[in-house]
Design a binder for this molecule. Structure first.
Ligand SMILES: NC(=O)c1ccc[n+]([C@@H]2O[C@H](COP(=O)([O-])OP(=O)(O)OC[C@H]3O[C@@H](n4cnc5c(N)ncnc54)[C@H](OP(=O)(O)O)[C@@H]3O)[C@@H](O)[C@H]2O)c1
Length: 294
């Protein structure tokens, strides 16, 4: 049997690095980032994929600066939408599948229950709109040979993310004010990577899936938990900055974010037979990993 050759784009990002760290033994994967393959360049993408001939492309490349995107729409659109279309066109020519990663920010946040994969979308920001447009390109070009995995509030011991920002700010400030009226689910990049590796070898699973850790939290809850777990793990001192809740209206940002973006994961858990991990427990694991790497 031929080994599945996998190309991971955005290989130096938070998810790309986690995919590299968690790759199952024997996986034949090539990790590239923008310096080797800029997904916004259609000819480069076509030529690169024709020469590598992967059976599967995992697209971890994206424009993820949510607030910056409001004043840089063209770049965000080229990476999050055109880039996905370029990969899909090259995949169709070279008989490759695509696993693509998207976001809870495609939703508007007014649902009273967790969003299901086929619920109507209503992105509130440039970032959300460009990610939604990328989803649509993939579904138009390669519907039979692709899956979209939406995730949320991604963090890990590598890269820049909310957990690492909060840990740093707590050593610099006495008080951190964090919004308590936006609710979602903090998600370890390890959870998403594990799901992507599972999906890699299940070509029959197509369409949209939701993948986050279990449970819900506000950003304030998440920050408070980071404070507690950081202190228990010995990477924060007891006199580190304390956390206070504020409202979104007290902390205006260029991009609007959904008030409620919890994702319903049941179809993914069912398909893959996953035992979900609660976000708080995964936070403990990831802080332990961070401590061991220091
Ligand atoms: N982070 C979150 O909280 C979050 C939440 C929901 C969904 N997601 C989704 O999860 C996925 C992974 O996110 P992440 O946190 O790993 O993002 P990330 O750390 O920002 O990684 C994205 C990678 O893509 C690269 N890239 C940018 N433009 C490129 C281009 N034109 N061609 C090729 N590569 C390019 C980036 O390189 P540079 O750094 O050099 O630009 C970076 O290495 C994305 O699809 C994102 O939308 C993330």
């Amino acid at each position: 049997m031929n080994t599945l050759k996998i190309l991971v784009t955005g290989g130096n990002g938070q998810l790309g690095t986690t995919l590299k760290k968690t790759a199952p033994a024997g996986v034949d994967a090539l990790y590239v980032d923008v310096d080797t393959l800029d997904i916004t360049k259609p000819d480069d993408v076509m030529n690169f994929i024709a020469s590598v001939r992967p059976g599967l492309i995992i697209n971890a490349a994206a424009y993820t600066a949510v607030d910056k995107a409001e004043s840089d729409e063209n770049t965000a659109y080229r990476i999050n939408c055109i880039g996905v279309a370029n990969l899909a066109n090259a995949a169709i020519k070279n008989h490759a599948r695509i696993l693509h990663v998207s976001t809870d920010f495609v939703f508007g946040g007014n649902s009273g229950r967790p969003y299901r994969p086929n619920d109507p979308i209503n992105p509130l920001s440039v970032y959300g709109r460009t990610k939604a447009a990328g989803e649509q390109e993939l579904r138009n070009i390669l519907p039979q040979h692709s899956a979209i995995v939406r995730t949320a509030w991604l963090y890990s011991a590598v890269g820049s993310n909310f957990m690492k920002t909060i840990l740093k700010l707590m050593t610099e400030r006495d008080v951190l004010r964090v919004v308590s009226d936006q609710v979602g689910t903090p998600t370890g990049a390890n959870t998403l990577a594990q799901v992507l590796w599972e999906l890699a070898f299940r070509p029959q699973l197509t369409g949209i899936f939701h993948c986050t850790d279990a449970g819900v939290a506000s950003w304030y809850d998440f920050a408070l938990a980071i404070r507690e777990e950081g202190e228990s793990a010995g990477i924060l001192s007891p006199d580190a900055g304390r956390v206070e809740p504020i409202n979104t209206s007290d902390y205006p940002t260029p991009a609007r974010r959904p008030y409620y973006s919890v994702l319903d994961k049941t179809s993914l858990w069912h398909e893959l037979g996953i035992t979900p991990i609660h976000w708080r427990r995964n936070l403990r694991n990831i802080i332990a990993e961070l401590r061991s790497e220091k």
